[in-house]
Design a protein around this ligand. Structure first.
Ligand code: APR
Length: 253
């Protein structure tokens, strides 16, 4: 039996499967990840551009990088990996996706229960009065964009040095505590606290399945099965293998 079929069978046997996704799942949608050779952090120093203190001290500088990212995000459309996860949810197998991505591509592919651990790209917020603005309503003619109160607007992303939004954190923890299988896709699993989620799931007895063309800390130490392939190839192949599973496996859903 090949690894796709094995993953499909394990998913069918699971009671509460949850996915954890990272930047890698959106690479085939044209969005570079952070830590690969051509990733965003090879071009920009994460502490200089990704830390909340940098944003506070020089919002215009950080906004230049954010706008470069924004132009890529605005063009991107879901790829076959996002659609495969939405399909798994529709089949009743996948109960939630915890994503570190801010690109909204899971929702665009039709996934419903998406927990955005690091925020989203749909709105901006005033760093002083907290007023929210839809992304489309903001003009970027002047950088940084300003709130009606005159203070710089910030993206609704989580910067380094900031807390995870409490609601997302709570929902993610609940999913991790309930899950008996976690499908980890396209993340280096190096950034805490997201990186604790698969470790917590595993320590509570969940099966860890990983899809990532590269080996990670997880694949070395704790993944039960690692498919070293791109998400856009592997996830549709896993979904296709579900239909080839024996009736006995399917009955366990
Ligand atoms: N399919 C699946 N995985 C891929 C693909 C692909 N086509 N291409 C690359 N990857 C893998 C890489 O091998 C890498 O392990 O995706 C992973 C991306 O890792 P990172 O760049 O570290 O991204 P991520 O894990 O999402 O980063 C976490 O760090 O900078 C912060 O807030 C940012 O949410 C981000 C967090």
């Amino acid at each position: 039996m090949n690894d796709y079929q094995k993953m499909a069978d394990l998913l069918l046997q699971s009671r509460y499967a949850v996915a954890l996704t990272g930047a890698g799942i959106s690479v085939e949608s044209g969005i570079p990840d952070f830590r690969s050779e051509k990733g965003l952090w090879s071009k920009y120093d994460p502490m200089e551009y990704g830390h909340i203190d940098s944003f506070r001290s020089n919002p215009a500088k950080v906004w230049k990088m954010l706008l470069e990212m924004d132009s890529v995000l605005m063009k991107a459309v879901p790829n076959s990996a996002h659609y495969a996860l939405a399909d798994l949810e529709r089949r009743g197998i996948l109960k939630a996706i915890v994503t570190q991505n801010v690109d909204s591509l899971h929702q665009k592919a039709g996934s419903l229960n998406v927990i955005e651990f690091h925020g989203n790209n749909r709105s901006l917020r005033c760093g002083r009065c907290s007023r929210k603005y839809a992304r489309e309503s903001v003009s970027f003619e002047k950088i940084p964009p300003l709130c009606a109160c005159g203070y710089p607007l910030r993206p609704e992303f989580v910067f380094f040095g900031e807390e995870i939004p409490p609601d997302a954190y709570q929902k993610a923890m609940t999913s991790v505590q309930r899950c008996d299988l976690m499908l980890v896709v396209g993340t280096s699993a190096t950034v805490a606290p997201a990186s604790y989620l698969p470790r917590t799931a595993k320590s509570r007895g969940a099966i860890l399945l990983e899809v990532n063309p590269a080996a990670t800390e997880l694949s070395h130490r704790m993944s039960d099965l690692h498919i070293a392939e791109s998400a856009g190839k592997a996830l549709p192949a896993i979904v296709a293998a579900l239909d080839a599973s024996s009736p006995k496996q399917r009955k366990n859903v």
